[in-house]
Design a protein. Structure first.
Length: 468
């Protein structure tokens, strides 16, 4: 049974140390979330899997870590200063401000809402009898464009010259470094650059836990190619499938909860010739999980050439007369949203034979925050010592993340490990220390499997080999 509601996941995340409300001791800051110790481990693992899959395991890819603050001309060139806006409507009664398209989505669907023009929004809100979520009135203003970039000032003078934006996507860091990467890394087309980092958007309607926040993290790829030599439609399909397989085979998300969604022509961003999202079936409906691929053509590099005055072309090393501005495919993933989907997908409630309900996070072991928990059956000194010896052995001889828990009954400790998705628990008992043969032979421990609940007895000597 999947998570019955977002609330049950939010509560588990807080209770077990995955996600805490931001600035909580000061009454919070709306829609900000801090990753607790387990959330930080899990998100790091998702990012490591992504980096391994798309950067380390491919000869045609390299990584980058560009600055968040960039020259403001970057955002003029990319079109964000003039185009990166959502339709804002205001309730005339309570002055609440909302995204017009999001208010309409439940009535007219995502696609139809996304292509509505600004001057159609007020009429549509009235026709669909959309009420203000805050006060219940139906008195809307005309929609206007609201730019979502966060502004700040660099240095000590707060004037227009010092204006900088917090980057709203990581992608532009890749475009502005294109030439340096080609020159230093001797990359040949087709090749890609991957980057993981924070992005910031002053969203009008954040919400649904970590689904839509104003500070989030992206994992983006710009894959550069020569359209005369590479068939863009084939490349487009390839990146769609790579995204699907990353989410399902690598991260373990159930394909039944995923679907592709091609953007309608009117919905495409100003730079895109084709965009396909992968959507996840969230408790609040289908929603964009990631951009599987967007064909951005040569728009960005051309714009940067125009605005910076620097040449952005690539010269074919085998044919120096062939110079071009490469085209680009962009797969764009949000690590926070993917973590949310992976948690929802893993959340399972099982009825046990004794009538109790067990909550278990069936996370793929590769992204579970803890690999192994070592649990001494009691707090008796020689038993704890033996368990600590085993802990040291496992952390020294493997790269596994190991938890060591002595607090509470063994049943409660198993329940905690199930709820955080620990794939294996090792119990050190009186058999292990040679004090009770009925529990097991001396120098053996019990390994318990999270999903099947099967327990087996393994000798301490062989444990590292087994865990590896
Ligand atoms: N460079 C292209 C780009 O940024 P996008 O569809 O706006 O495309 C890509 O964003 C991904 O970033 C989304 O699919 C989502 O996973 C994540 N994302 C975007 N806005 C977000 C937000 N406000 N909160 C959390 N994740 C977000």
């Amino acid at each position: 049974m999947p998570a019955p509601s977002l609330d049950s996941l939010v509560s588990l995340c807080k209770r077990r140390g995955f996600v805490f409300p931001g600035s909580e001791i000061y009454g919070g800051l709306a829609n900000t979330w801090d990753l607790g110790p387990l959330g930080a481990e899990m998100k790091n693992r998702i990012k490591q899997q992504w980096w391994k899959t798309f950067v380390h395991k491919r000869l045609d890819m390299v990584g980058l870590d560009a600055a968040i603050l960039m020259n403001k001309k970057v955002w003029e060139a990319s079109g964000h200063v003039s185009n990166f806006a959502d339709p804002l409507v205001e309730c005339r009664h309570c002055h609440g401000r909302f995204r017009g398209d999001k208010l309409l989505e439940p009535k007219i669907g995502t696609e139809a809402a996304a292509i509505l023009k600004l001057d159609q929004m007020k009429e549509m809100l009235a026709a669909e009898k959309i009420v203000c979520p805050t006060c219940g009135e139906k008195n809307w203003t005309e929609a206007k464009k609201f730019n979502m970039m966060f502004k700040t000032n660099q240095g000590v003078v707060e004037d227009e010259a010092a204006l900088v934006y917090l980057r709203p996507e990581t992608a532009q860091g890749i475009f502005v470094n294109f030439k340096s990467i080609v020159d230093t890394m001797r990359m040949r087309l087709p090749f890609g650059v991957g980057q993981i980092g924070k992005a910031f958007r002053n969203e009008i309607t954040p919400g649904n836990f970590t689904f839509r926040t104003r500070e989030f993290e992206q994992m983006e790829i710009e894959y550069f190619f020569d359209p005369e030599k590479t068939d863009w439609k084939k490349l487009y399909e390839e990146w769609k499938n790579l995204g699907w397989s990353f989410l399902t085979a690598t991260l373990g998300i159930d394909p039944k909860n995923l679907r592709f969604r091609d953007h309608e022509k009117d919905e495409l961003s100003h730079y895109s010739k084709g965009t396909t999202d992968i959507e996840y079936h969230f408790p609040f409906g289908w929603g964009e999980l990631c951009g599987a691929v967007a064909y951005r053509t040569d728009f960005d590099l051309k714009q940067h050439e125009k605005f910076s005055g620097q040449e952005m072309s690539y010269t074919d090393p085998d044919d120096p007369k062939h110079k071009l501005i490469p085209h680009v495919m962009e797969p764009s993933y949000g690590s926070d949203r993917i973590m949310l989907a992976a948690l929802l997908d893993a959340y399972t409630e099982e009825k046990l034979e004794n009538g109790e309900t067990r909550v278990v996070m069936k996370l793929k072991p590769e992204i579970a925050p803890v690999d192994i928990a070592i649990l001494p059956l009691s707090k008796k000194e020689n038993l704890i010592n033996k368990a600590q010896e085993l802990y040291k052995k496992v952390v020294q001889e493997t790269d596994l993340v190991v938890d060591f828990d002595v607090t509470g009954s063994i049943g409660k400790r198993y329940r905690r490990q199930d709820e955080i998705g620990t794939p294996k628990c090792i119990t050190v008992d009186f058999g292990t220390i040679g004090e009770d043969e009925k529990q097991g032979a001396k120098d053996t421990v019990t390994i318990r499997d999270r999903d099947s609940l099967k327990q087996e007895r393994v000798s301490v000597e062989k444990i590292v080999g087994r865990l590896k």
